[in-house]
Design a protein around this ligand. Structure first.
Ligand SMILES: Nc1ncnc2c1ncn2[C@@H]1O[C@H](COP(=O)(O)OP(=O)(O)OP(=O)(O)O)[C@@H](O)[C@H]1O
Ligand SMILES: [Mg+2]
Length: 461
């Protein structure tokens, strides 16, 4: 496995996409690294080290979800991001909280399976090549067995048969060469491919199938006959299909599952987004609140450590790391039930974004908005150039509107950019070859009216 990233490296990676929020980045980086550290500790101690779950608190649109998304790519461990608001209390229609452990396990299984497939890849490729050759040149009398024990032929006949076999062998080798250099890539072969049978699950979907016992679901799946279909495919595709098939045959699923469960238990991370949406204890007996507290109660044992049955076996949740996040705009962390608050000892606050942050967000991230719009319009052969003062003005507008109406953080930049470029976006197909210079004047011309009028900006920006 790859050397895990150090906290500094993790922060550096996150920096490519998220501006500011240094504390939050550091905290999640440490948490991620701690997963690995724990693995290195002697076993008797390892079980004692409980993960320190984190709550990230911060206004809307300042990068909480973004941090999670980017972290997911960095974590070389099973990482599941899920909205807490998706869950309903056990017994109600919807997802119960245990499903996240099942999902995490599922992720780990496919992760380990992919790794295993990688290790058998060379072998699978070899077998696939032989199979392809068999298809191209059906091995009639050319198999070694036949050659070793030829049916009773004598004299001339025997020599002829041997020659024929040798001939076929060299033909096979010739074909192999052609195959390898890709000279046969345009040829079609017939292949039995698994038919994409209409999963029963889909038919029932919507009827609370989510909730349906996974064992039952599995059973339904295996009850359906595995059909194969004969298809004509080009050689490169055939090779892919055969490699897939062979790798699946070569890997030991029992081992994969064992490893996957281990990995889920010891390095799994669950990112519980929008946790504030299940906060609130007032209940009142009506509406969605009825089950909010219930969801929190259901969460408790999982966060604290319990055993969840998955279709791969029992999974202990004691050492799974939970990172929760929420705006806590209306509800406060203290509105979570106390037991749950206690399970998240580390709190990090994300700060509101300043005008300077907006300037950097517009320019710096690898996926910065300006970069996005530029490349979108490039497809229409329209060039966009942004002057520094235009970016400054945009950030200023975003900041102003945020502070005068509602603070929606960096999302404001999206609405503003969309408004700013709506004319260009609309007319771009007729503007081939043109360059649009955007400077402070341009920004003011388009946005000033709206910004000045508070009511207007409420609706438009
Ligand atoms: N600090 C930041 N640096 C760069 N981009 C940011 C930053 N904060 C937010 N963004 C951008 O703003 C958008 C919204 O951010 P994000 O989804 O992370 O908000 P959030 O904090 O999860 O808000 P909410 O509480 O509403 O879920 C994303 O497109 C993200 O790329
Ligand atoms: Mg979010």
């Amino acid at each position: 496995m790859q050397q895990p990233l150090t906290p500094a490296e993790i922060v550096l990676e996150l920096d490519k996409y998220i501006i500011g929020q240094k504390d939050a980045k550091r905290m999640v980086a440490i948490a991620l690294r701690n997963r690995w550290r724990r693995q290195q500790v002697p076993e008797h101690l390892r079980d004692e080290i409980a993960p320190k779950n984190i709550i990230m608190i911060g206004p809307t649109g300042v990068g909480k979800t973004e941090i999670a998304r980017r972290l997911a790519r960095l974590a070389q461990s099973p990482f599941l991001k899920i909205e807490a608001s998706k869950f309903t209390e056990v017994g109600y229609v919807g997802r119960d909280v245990e499903s996240m452990i099942r999902d995490l396990t599922e992720l780990a299984v496919s992760m380990v399976r992919n790794e295993e497939m990688e290790t058998v890849k060379v072998r699978a490729e070899e077998i696939a090549e032989e199979k392809l050759l068999d298809i191209l040149l059906p091995p009639k009398r050319t198999t070694p067995e036949v050659r070793e024990h030829p049916f009773p032929v004598e004299g001339q006949a025997l020599i002829a048969a041997k020659e024929e076999a040798d001939q076929a062998d060299t033909t096979r080798e010739k074909l192999r060469k052609l195959l390898r250099i890709g000279a046969l890539d345009d040829r079609y072969v017939e292949l039995d491919v698994p038919d994409r049978n209409i999963p029963m699950i889909e038919i029932f979907a919507g009827a609370g199938m989510e909730e349906m016992d996974y064992n039952l679901r599995d059973m339904l799946g295996s009850m359906l006959p595995r059909r194969t279909k004969r298809r004509k495919v080009k050689i490169p595709e055939a090779r892919e299909i055969l490699i897939q098939e062979e790798s699946q045959r070569l890997i030991d699923m029992d081992k994969v599952i064992k490893l996957a469960i281990e990995r889920t238990e010891h390095s799994g991370i669950i990112f519980l987004d929008e946790i504030d949406k299940i906060a609130g204890r007032e209940a009142g007996g009506r509406g969605p609140d009825v089950s909010r507290e219930g969801v929190q109660r259901d969460l408790l044992p999982i966060v604290e450590g319990s055993t969840v049955t998955t279709k791969y076996g029992m999974v202990k949740t004691d050492h799974i790391l939970f990172i929760a996040s929420g705006a806590f705009h209306i509800a406060k962390p203290s509105d979570l039930i106390p037991e749950l608050q206690g399970r998240f000892p580390i709190r990090v606050e994300l700060t509101s974004l300043s005008k300077e942050d907006f300037i950097r967000i517009l320019k710096e991230p690898e996926n910065a908005l300006i970069v996005q719009y530029k490349s979108l319009l490039e497809t229409e052969e329209v060039q966009l150039t942004f002057e520094e003062d235009a970016i400054d003005e945009l950030a200023e507008v975003a900041y102003q509107v945020n502070s005068r109406t509602e603070n929606i953080g960096a999302r404001r930049l999206h609405t503003i950019m969309e408004k700013l470029l709506s004319d260009v976006s609309f007319n771009a197909p007729d503007m081939k070859g043109q360059t649009v210079h955007i400077d402070r004047e341009y920004v003011r011309k388009i946005l000033n009216e709206i910004v000045k009028d508070e009511d207007l900006s409420r609706y438009i920006l």
